[in-house]
Design a protein. Sequence first.
Length: 274
Amino acid sequence: MVDREWMYTGFKDKTNEWVNGTGEFLEKAFGPASKGAIRVFCPCSKCKNQIRKEQRQMRKDIWTNGYVPNYTRWILHGEPQRVTEVVVRPDLQGFDQDAGMADLLEDNEAVQGLEVVEEDPEATAKAYYDMMEAAKEPLHEKTRISKLDAISRLIGLKSSLGISREGFDLVLATVGGLLPEVHCLPKNTIESQKLLRALKMPYRPIQACKNGCVLFRGDHEAATHCPECKASRYVEVEGSDGTKKQSKIPEMVVRHLPVLPRLQRQYMTQESAK
């Protein structure tokens, strides 16, 4: 990764490296031919990549406030999320020497070693990475606890204690009132769920027989009773005339966890892909 410590070490004195580097950043973010009408996320320590600004205003904000911490990879301003390291090493074993393959590989010894390849992630991976980068933001300037860590702990507390949505909104409001004035704790349950949404894995709910006989899909998708044990697919309630009637609530729902999204998530990073 390119060393960009100048973004923080050169801010106070406005060193030449800082000034030139900021000019390079603005050109990458807006393009060399930009006329200023474009708005992109401002990476100053006040806007924190959450507010879109035109180039002139962004330059002023960066000059006044400096850069948001830990933004040395400009993923929201034209750079790919990750760098993939590919190690190229020829393996001569198993090749037919007469076929010339070994000679061909030996002629390319110059490419041995570490080759760095820039790759743009696909859409779902990019959304996941963007969320993770935003979630790494410190809860406030006096702590190292990230926004993601804080809201994950509170969501865990909500789940353990069975706190209602209204109660959780009060918890967030109370905790937020105890934090410094400038903080990024979500204000309510909806904002918290938006933050965690990219972390969730998709699943497909499928209604099933309460006795475990069949799944109501395919040939049984329209069935109202189990074809094996004749049990009702839906919860039965007593009607006004004293007879039992089916409600719209299924007796049992199983969740199918598709394997492909889970494999994709596993291979999103080099660390887990190993």
